[in-house]
Structures are given as C-alpha cells and as structure tokens.
Design a protein around this ligand. Structure first.
Ligand code: SF4
Ligand code: SF4
Length: 217
C-alpha cells in the first residue's frame, strides 16, 4: 500500500527512468522483480479462460490474458499506463478457473501498484483516486473516517462539483444520520485508534520492509 502514496512527480519520474534503464528491452524481468507475484506471468499459456471469466473484462482496455501477453511482448508503456488493472474488483473468478493456477488478481493489483510507484498510473482513474484517499484517511489515525473520506471524494473535482454531489446525495445522508450511521461531528476530528504511537510504528516498519524489498530487486 505504500506504493499508493503521492510523492510528487520528480521522484516518480526518476524511479521510472531508473527502471527503464535497468530493464531495457526486458519488461518481463522487470515485472518479475518488482510486481507482487510477477514471477507467475511467464506461466500463462494464453488459453483465454480468465478473459472469458472476468465479469468486467469486456469493458476493459485489456483483459488479464492480454496484459500477460503484452508484458512478454515488452509493451511496457501500454501496460503501465493502462487503467485496466485498476478495474479489477478482486472477484477471484479468474483465479479459481485458471488452469495454470496463476494468482491473477494479485498480479493485477501488483501491476497497478507498481505503475503508481513509477508515476505512470492514469491520473483521473477513479479507483486510483479512491485508493489514495482511503490510504491517507485510514493511516492518519488507524481508523477510517467515512465522512471525511466521502467529502474528499465529492470535492476532489472542485468546490462546485462537491456541492452538487453532496446535494444529490442529501436524502441518503439524512437517512444515515437518522439511523445513527453517520455522525456529522466526525468532520471535526472523529474516532481514532487508542494507540496512535503503535499505528505510526507499524506503518514505519511496513515502509522499511518495502524499502528493503525494493533495494534487493
Ligand atoms: S486463465 Fe490462466 S493460463 Fe489462461 S490466459 Fe488466463 S492467466 Fe493465462
Ligand atoms: S479478479 Fe479481477 S481480473 Fe479476475 S475475474 Fe475478477 S475482476 Fe476480472
């Protein structure tokens, strides 16, 4: 999840330039080294079962089968800049049916995460936006503040867009407040985990492990 952090464009571009230089002409090797479960990609026999099983595949730019073929064909930019991986809903249909037992879902999320790390993920992709906001929200206090998360998503395209979206959803919001499922005062602080230091230490440790893994590959 650390890969979902936004750190500005410069370091991202540097990471991308370094990876391009290091793995020139061998995108498969790059995926094997940096993408979660990426070493499985070469096991794909292009049978197409995953493409046919994916409930959303027909609406994507590239199906998992096509992405694996493109990785082997060295289509680095086309894969990493695609929004296809961000469309995966983790339904695991493909995983249970793949005759080669590829962990397709993990690979899809792994490629998306790697693309984000390199600064190549499509900027306006809604799942990407949601992932970034969710991560920031949840790691701030160790608990998700649903009201702030919702407001962040509503207002991400500007003040007017946020107001319009809030107005459109007013009946749902009022229903949630009446049912005790939404507390407007959460906007001014909100609940949080008791052990804030423990949360910070856990995240620091996870970051260190990720950095160690990246340095090795
Ligand atoms: S089902 Fe498995 S082997 Fe067949 S195309 Fe998809 S990933 Fe490849
Ligand atoms: S886990 Fe993702 S890629 Fe696999 S079938 Fe479901 S939506 Fe498609």
């Amino acid at each position: 999840m650390e890969a979902l952090k936004t750190t500005g464009t410069t370091p991202m571009s540097e990471a991308n330039a370094a990876a391009t230089l290091r793995y020139r002409n061998n995108f498969l090797k790059e995926v094997e080294a940096h993408v979660e479960d990426g070493e499985w990609v070469k096991m794909c026999m292009q049978c197409g079962v995953c493409a046919g099983s994916c409930p959303l595949g027909a609406h994507w730019e590239h199906t998992p089968q096509k992405i694996f073929m493109m990785i082997r064909a060295g289509k680095r930019d086309e894969v990493l800049r695609s929004d296809a991986m961000w469309m995966c809903t983790s339904c695991y249909n493909c995983v249970v049916r793949c005759p080669r037992k590829l962990p397709i879902t993990q690979i899809m999320h792994g490629i998306a995460s790697y693309a984000q790390k390199l600064g190549l993920a499509p900027k306006m992709q809604p799942t990407r936006d949601f992932s970034i906001q969710f991560w920031k929200n949840a790691t701030r206090t160790g608990r998700v503040n649903e009201l702030k998360l919702t407001m962040g998503l509503y207002f991400k395209d500007g003040l007017m867009a946020g107001i319009k979206q809030g107005w459109n959803m007013r009946k749902v919001a009022l229903g949630l407040i009446k049912a005790g499922r939404l507390n407007p005062f959460e906007l001014f602080g909100g609940h949080q985990c008791k052990d804030q230091q423990g949360i910070a230490a856990m995240l620091k440790k996870a970051r260190e492990i990720e950095e160690r893994k990246s340095a090795k590959s």
